[in-house]
Ligand binder design. Structure first.
Ligand code: SPV
Ligand code: MG
Length: 542
């Protein structure tokens, strides 16, 4: 594969066309499909006239103007590093129109163009019988004009012979191919609409490699590729299969959503949103912002700790961890991911453990802690330590919280910020079980003049009268805070205390080391799921 950016695309195409080994071009019709073709491993792209027209919602009859096609292929070229052979139909007019097309294609980074010996406006070769062919001399002149005007010596012009399709026979096809070769064509595309490859293979034999041969086996698709290899074909074009697969998938998705008035059965069958961001290289913006927008709060990430089973939920967690429990039609984790997304967080890692393979939520990166049963929360956090960078939110996977909670934590300037519920700590029974009670520098106050920030003094299993609130299991770290937390994890690993340690242990160590751990008081608006009672509460809350 030649994805080397220092070799021009025109050169890459010429090399593909001229090499001994069979080459393949895959159809694309826009920037997205072009990227998909390159990522699949193809070395070149067929910019199909049929597919580009259809994707624009018009017929393959030159209904899209040549400048509209140019706009599309520019997006395709911009988003890929492999060469594109554009289906230039008949060249959009006479020799003069074609000259201009060649010049513009080179300017837009297209490696080669294919023109067919029909008359403008063309129709698709598979539609009608006996389409009129161009005069041989006129078409040869067009090729010559194109070759004379190309400003890049490696740019290729492929001449497509339609004589077999139009029913003029083998001799006419060979005569035309030879005339086009002599006019300067770099390769010949011999087209056929028969369901067997016989006439293509006969042509190849008679042609005897006078110039590279390109074929489009759309109709004779059952012929094994090996036959073409043995016949000395240079290049095979898979001409329209991305368009057709996209149509099929879109139809099915639309039908289902229309009928069911719900996304529930579709979500798992469509590309995750993160993939959508990934294919256009969205992460690069965050990197560029670090360089060019130094004052901006950078794209926040999140790490969700979801390794535990949730033992007190027994039956309900036999097949899946508690983060995947269904809460009114959606897994708990899915709801948390939505809350994070709504706070502008799209880079989300989930650390799974118990039945991690059942954690199927779109838009997350799954990391696993295989020793989830014998280790604690910080061992899980450490598994995602490379994602603990920049502004980062860390949360428990069994927590549901309203969207604003993540936002107020992200808006806090302190290096570490915890959401602490002041209403629950003193509730009957609850405080006694919690390991997350917080003693703070100030209690919550409804007095609007009760100014100043509240910081954490200690967190853990406290006597209820010592606690000002309960940490809800969601914390935010600024870039500096993330660095400090990571350094703390490393120290604990060196001491041998990491594996059994909890998030409260981390906060207490940070406080002891002089880091301000800010407390943001909230009153309710969250729920964690430890038992069936919590589950019922949460279902009622939604
Ligand atoms: C195209 O893909 O637009 C082509 C190939 O020209 S074909 O449809 O086979 O004619
Ligand atoms: Mg076409």
């Amino acid at each position: 594969m030649n994805h080397n950016p220092s070799v021009s695309k025109t050169r890459k195409f010429r090399d593909l066309l001229l090499r001994k080994e069979l080459a393949f071009l895959m159809e694309a019709h826009d920037g997205l499909s072009a990227r998909i073709v390159e990522k699949a491993g193809f070395e070149g792209i067929w910019g199909s006239g049929l597919s580009i027209s259809t994707a624009l919602g018009v017929r393959d009859r030159n209904e899209a103007s040549w400048t509209q096609v140019l706009e599309v292929v520019e997006f395709m070229a911009e988003s890929t590093s492999i060469p594109i052979l554009l289906d230039g139909d008949t060249g959009y007019g006479d020799f003069n129109n074609f000259r201009r097309l060649v010049t513009k294609l080179i300017q837009r980074g297209i490696a080669a163009v294919c023109i067919e010996d029909k008359v403008f406006p063309k129709t698709n070769s598979f539609i009608e019988n006996k389409q009129p062919l161009a005069e041989i001399a006129e078409f040869a002149g067009k090729i010559k004009a194109g070759k004379d005007s190309q400003t890049d010596a490696d740019f290729c012009i492929i001449a497509r012979v339609e004589a077999l399709i139009a029913g003029h026979g083998m001799a006419e096809a060979l005569k035309r191919a030879e005339a086009y070769r002599q006019a300067g064509a770099d390769g010949i595309l011999i087209h056929s609409k028969k369901s067997s490859a016989d006439e293509i293979l006969t042509f190849a034999k008679e042609w005897a490699n006078r110039a590279p041969l390109v074929i489009v086996p759309t109709k004779y698709y059952a012929t094994p590729t090996e036959h073409f290899r043995q016949a000395g074909i240079s290049t095979i074009i898979w001409a329209n299969h991305n368009l057709r697969s996209a149509m099929q998938a879109m139809r099915e998705t639309s039908r289902r959503i229309f009928e069911e008035q719900s996304l529930i059965n579709v979500e798992g069958n469509v590309t995750p949103l993160n993939d959508v961001f990934e294919i256009t290289g969205d992460h690069e913006i965050a990197e560029a912002e670090k360089r060019y927008l130094p004052g901006k709060r950078h794209d926040a990430g999140a790490i969700v700790l979801a390794a535990s089973r949730g033992k007190s939920l027994e039956e309900l967690t036999r097949e899946k961890p508690k983060c995947m429990l269904d809460i009114r039609g959606r897994p708990l984790l899915d709801r948390q991911v939505a809350a994070l997304n709504n706070a502008g967080i799209s880079r989300i890692a989930v650390v799974g453990g118990y039945k991690a393979e059942t954690i199927k939520v779109s838009g997350i990166k799954l990391v696993t802690n295989p020793a989830w049963d014998s280790t604690g929360e910080l061992a899980s956090l450490a598994k995602a330590a490379d994602l603990l960078e920049g502004t980062c939110l860390v949360s428990y996977g069994d927590v549901y919280f309203r969207d604003f909670v993540a936002q107020i934590l992200l808006d806090t300037e302190a290096e570490v910020a915890l959401a602490v519920d002041w209403t629950l700590a003193r509730g009957p029974g609850r405080a006694a079980n919690s390991r997350d009670l917080c003693r703070c520098t100030k209690p919550y106050s409804t007095d609007p003049f009760h100014e100043g920030a509240t910081a954490l003094a200690a967190i853990g299993t406290l006597a209820p009268d010592q606690a000002h609130g309960e940490w809800i299991g969601v914390a935010a770290f600024t870039p500096k805070g993330s660095e400090k937390a990571k350094a703390e994890l490393q120290r604990m690993r060196a001491e041998g205390t990491l594996d059994q340690a909890s998030m409260p242990d981390l906060f207490n160590r940070l406080v002891a080391g002089g880091t301000e751990v800010r407390v943001k008081y909230i009153g309710g608006n969250w729920c964690n799921v430890n038992d069936a009672f919590d589950l019922a509460n949460l279902r009622n809350m939604l």
